[in-house]
Design a protein around this ligand. Structure first.
Ligand code: NAD
Length: 254
């Protein structure tokens, strides 16, 4: 059952919160009573009551400035959702070193930079939580996703390591592992495909529940992990993937 005031009084930052999973998460956290700041490259006009701050998680100074400004505007910080990320397509032969550096810099070091800037504030919270948007690519081998998978594998390992490092100071660290989620990101992938309908059907079929995951479903998992009711949960990955990681179904027979 939804508890609308579960997050009342809590203050949250969501990176990459201007689109897709991040926007759905920011909206849900606010709906449940949190005050929410979105950090994004260009937050644009956000639905009320979300606060927008410009930040590039690839730039340490930019992240520090935005986290400080957000924490001040919110009056502190209890929840950090490290969600900003970029994609990459290709096998290990396909992406140049420069692209490896760029994607690892955003997807992995982005989490490092934002968490590092947020920790002094989180230490002052009675309900501190960090939730990282990881991916099924961290735990299952997906074709044509070598670089992206390496980045999310690192996010998964980082989640566990940070959970161990900060449990003693009352800060929980978890992640969600979505399957393929119906966001502008996937829309862009489909746009580039020669047969978007066939590609969408293949993506739907890859998930045992037969459809793409919705951004709202991922947001609900993040909101759970971020809230005080998950106070005994840390160092875990919650799959939101229609069964893709865990199930081994028998093919349908005629
Ligand atoms: P999206 O493209 O809709 O949103 C991503 C947001 O991150 C955008 O608003 C973008 O501006 C922001 N962003 C990108 N680089 C940034 C940077 N350097 N600094 C600050 N903000 C930045 O994508 P989405 O599908 O909502 O993806 C969000 C997260 O979910 C990503 O970490 C992605 O890896 C992960 N994820 C997505 C899927 C999927 O199928 N869509 C599946 C698993 C995991």
């Amino acid at each position: 059952m939804t508890e609308p005031t579960e997050l009342a009084g809590l203050r949250a930052i969501v990176t990459g919160g201007a689109s897709g999973i991040g926007l759905a998460t920011a909206e849900l956290l606010a709906e449940r009573g949190a005050r929410v700041a979105v950090l994004d490259l260009a937050p644009g006009v956000l639905p009320a009551p979300l606060l927008g701050f410009t930040a590039d998680v690839g730039e340490d100074a930019s992240v520090r400035t935005a986290v400080e400004a957000a924490a001040e505007a919110l009056g502190g910080l209890d929840i950090l959702v490290n969600n900003a990320g970029v994609g990459a397509v290709g096998t290990v032969e396909d992406n140049p070193d420069e692209q490896w550096r760029q994607v690892l810099d955003i997807n992995v070091l982005g989490v490092v930079r934002t968490t590092r800037a947020a920790l002094p504030h989180l230490r002052r919270s009675a309900h501190a939580a960090v939730v990282n948007t990881c991916s099924i690519a961290a735990t299952a081998g997906l074709p044509g996703r070598a670089l992206y998978s390496a980045s999310k594998g690192a996010v998964y390992a980082l989640t566990l390591a940070m959970a161990a490092d900060h449990i003693g100071e009352g800060i929980r660290v978890t992640c969600v592992n979505p399957g393929t989620v119906d966001t502008p990101w996937v829309a862009r992938l489909l746009d580039r495909s020669p047969d978007a309908e066939a590609e969408r059907a293949a993506l739907n079929a890859r998930q045992p529940h037969g459809r793409l995951v919705s951004a709202q479903e991922v947001a609900a998992a993040i909101a759970y992990l971020a809230g005080p009711l998950a106070g005994s949960t840390t160092g875990v990955a919650l799959a939101v993937d229609g069964g893709m990681a865990g199930l081994r179904l028998r093919p349908a027979t005629g």
